[in-house]
Design a protein around this ligand. Sequence first.
Ligand code: NA7
Length: 544
Amino acid sequence: MAKADSNGSGERHTRLDVVIVGGGLGGLYALHRLRALGMSVRVYEAGSGVGGTWFWNRYPGARCDIESLEYSYSFSDELQQEWKWPERYGTQPQILAYIEHVAERFDLMRDVQLNTRITQARFDPDTNSWSLRSAEGEVITARFCVMATGNLSTPRVPDFQGLERFQGKWYHSGLWPAEGVDFTGLRVGVVGTGSSGIQMIPLIAQQARHLHVFQRTANFSLPAQNGPMQAEHEQGYKGAYPERREAARHTPFGVSGYPAPTESALAVDAAERRRKYEELWQKGGSIGFLTCYNDFLVNEAANETAAEFVREKIRAIVKDPAVARLLTPDDHPIGTKRLCLDTGYYETYNRDNVTLVDVRTHPIQEITERGIRTAEREYELDAIAFATGFDAMTGALREIDIRVEGGPALADAWAGGPQTYLGLTVPGFPNLFIITGPGSPGVKSQMIVSIEQHVEWISGCLDYMREHRLSRIEAEPEASRAWVEHVNAVGDSTLYPQANSWYVGANIPGKPRVFMPYVAGVGVYRQKCAEVAANGYEGFNLTQ
Ligand code: NA7
């Protein structure tokens, strides 16, 4: 049981075995698993509801790019059998409804505290425990701290001069008003053409009087081929769920039906490749492309065959050749940035009320009272939607002042890039766990597969520690150094680092350029984590 009392200063003080920061898919499952160990556990969540990413990203068109039958928890067969997904790809409201259902079904909310933003975490080496402080003044003490703070939870509006002067309304995709925004009849500007921009642009175009899209870098997008859930497909899937889920755990991206490819794109002739790409295009989704050939993400010539196929599609869809040219990506291999999925994205540029503005050639200089001024001219707007991304992967952790009493802050320890062991723990920061952190496959996988694997590994570790009467676990600096080196070596053997993506922190000025995810695949990674545990937590110092 959690114990709460009030110390002399009137501060609320709570004592727990495990404190979890973040009430998204990771934090909620951690609560469920760790509570089952009989530990006192509580989730602290900044939002007024659970759901994390799916709570905040309420922009029009927000939708998962992994099929809903895959992008769901696998830990309860009753849950996965009973839940009905209405569409092939879940929308934000559908996924949020699912998460809320899970929270209710497993009675999680009694140990979730909403509207509480953790700002500080201190480890006391004398007591081997963490003390967390919330912005609201609460102090929470716990032996273990699990950071389930998310990878895309620190929205970033670029530091444009003059934003405060703008007379219209502005929004960020990751902080969208819960009541929605009606753009009917308005002159709207969307800044950014990543996944969020590509999802919102077709829908905003349908409402706005005129939409200006401010694009710095053209992005590859594939058709989602979304649609209502087909009963037969659902039945087949659910009938094979246990096998599918198990198979998914051993694939590169954690998605069943897409095992590791064995053939080179260059080993087949052009006609055969085209046939395959066309089939994948018609089928919809991105994982098919990412796993179609074994050199898609490691060999430029192989990658170029698919990139050119998609460029041809863009040229065929977009009627104005000048606009098509601007929309055609040419600065990064396909798949090295998040490969977007869309519904009618390129077609949207054939509308009379949509204008593409090239802010690579003429960058945005300032926001004015009336709109956006680029190096070329001013655009008058009533509303601006920033789809400019996040301080990804490390942003939420760097925002909390995490440190061992008297030691450096995690943000400083990571000034040159994140240092983790297995992406789960940090040398110099005992009893701290991160879910789907940098150095793990997290963001390069079906997130829930990775979340479940991380949470289960952590709960196995805490159970082991309890059984062996251990109170402190800390990654050895040498093990972490070797892990980071390995993560980098795997990253460098691929084409990923070539792209200026949020995977390398390129969208945040001053952020060190480090390719952060571990991309050897979730299957390889799972095995590595299991081996570490089986070998008595190799690479960790465990003490009483
Ligand atoms: P992303 O993928 O980081 O995209 C951000 C977009 O905003 C991208 O097109 C950027 O252009 C653009 N951007 C950022 N700063 C500027 C400035 N200063 N001027 C013009 N354009 C700018 O974020 P998303 O929210 O779309 O997606 C994040 C993830 O969420 C996604 O990958 C999925 O996993 C879900 P750039 O490419 O940097 O030139």
